[in-house]
Design a protein around this ligand. Structure first.
Ligand SMILES: [Zn+2]
Length: 350
């Protein structure tokens, strides 16, 4: 335990007092990315610069792609379809059906008023247009001729959609998945992205009672969700034990519902175990840390069964890489990465 003790001790040097949620609402650069209302204010030149010409034609000029041409038409993977313009979660893959109309079709949208509608009288028809409620991007049309119990058919352009896989690599002898929360997910994601043997890290929410919450919902603390990361890793390259050691090194497991200036139940320290191996390994590490008195205060990390993971919008994925110079990244995340490098240098990707 001595190397872990050293690593943990040197980690809790000052990490700054800027908070994650605070920075999201007070810093203009970040708030443009995560505050829903600013998406509707984006300029035409922003969209021209950030969408492909084909996507711009559909999403901003309300075009329609040729039938049977879109990349998601026959797509069957399990996961979530998001707005290609702003990352808003729109549809679950299990609500997709083959309508034979030539465009991806869904019989239900994700809860939370993420789609808005308006009457469209173009082309000599009266139809109900569907748009992303956040950025206003044109998606397609909604019809009342669906074959399932909802009676709905959301007919959507593939070019208006992106896809977030539910579990990039389901549990197999080659891969395993771990879901943990240690405060702001921007931080924990940035840390585990560096670790050799980690295949993917996705930011999202677990442990609450609201399906498909938005970032804003979770920031209220009322959803009971924790900000978490879902880590897919190769056990042949990095052990569960080592992943937990990194986890306990880069966050403070002794502060209830708080990490530094980030305060609220969404920032609680938590391990969502998927099986008895994860449960027993987590308990064993917590016992070791307690017996060896690595921390002055009691460890408050919750160890609870995993139920469901809701991915956060694309704006929260790879947050550090995409916002390296934002104040929160410079003052809070970078010091954690520097300490990770100092302690676990031989475990990091080259
Ligand atoms: Zn959108």
């Amino acid at each position: 335990m001595s190397s872990l003790k050293i690593s943990v001790v040197i980690t809790f040097l000052s990490l700054g007092l800027i908070s994650c949620a605070q920075s999201g609402h007070s810093n203009s650069n970040i708030s443009q990315d995560i505050n829903d209302s600013t998406w509707s204010l984006k300029s035409d030149s922003f969209w021209k610069a950030n969408l492909s010409p084909e996507q711009y034609e559909i999403l901003r000029l309300k075009g329609t792609e040729s039938p049977f041409s879109g990349k998601w038409l026959m797509h069957k993977d399990s996961g979530f379809y998001t707005c290609a313009a702003c990352g808003n979660l729109l549809f679950r893959s299990d609500r997709k059906f083959d309508s034979e109309c030539g465009w991806p079709s869904f019989d239900e949208e994700i809860e939370g008023n993420k789609i808005k509608t308006q009457i469209d009288n173009s082309h000599g028809m009266t139809r109900l247009e569907i748009m992303c409620a956040r950025c206003g991007g044109h998606l397609g049309h909604l019809f009342d001729d669906g074959p399932t119990s909802t009676g709905k058919r959301y007919c959507v352009n593939s070019l208006s959609l992106n896809f977030l896989p539910a579990d990039i690599h389901p549990k197999s002898p080659l891969y395993d998945t771990l879901t943990v929360g240690g405060g702001c997910f921007w931080c924990i994601e940035a840390v585990f992205e560096q670790v050799n043997g980690v295949v993917s890290v996705q930011s999202g929410y677990s442990g609450g009672n609201v399906p498909f919450p938005s970032y804003k919902d979770v920031c209220t603390g009322e959803t009971k969700h924790a900000e978490v990361v879902q880590i897919v890793y190769e056990p042949s390259k990095i052990s569960l034990d080592e992943l937990f050691k990194i986890f306990f090194t880069v966050h403070d497991p002794t502060t209830p519902n708080r990490q530094g200036a980030d305060e609220g139940t969404q920032y609680r320290s938590v391990i969502f175990y998927r099986d008895s191996v994860q449960l027993n390994t987590a308990k064993s590490i917590i016992t070791d840390l307690t017996v060896s008195k690595v921390f002055e205060d009691n460890i408050v990390t919750e160890v609870v069964p995993f139920t469901v993971f809701y991915p956060a919008d694309l704006t929260h994925q790879d947050y550090y890489d995409n916002n390296t110079n934002a104040p929160y990244c410079r003052m809070v995340i970078r010091p954690k990465l520097e300490k990770l490098e100092a302690v676990f240098k031989n475990r990091l990707k080259k």
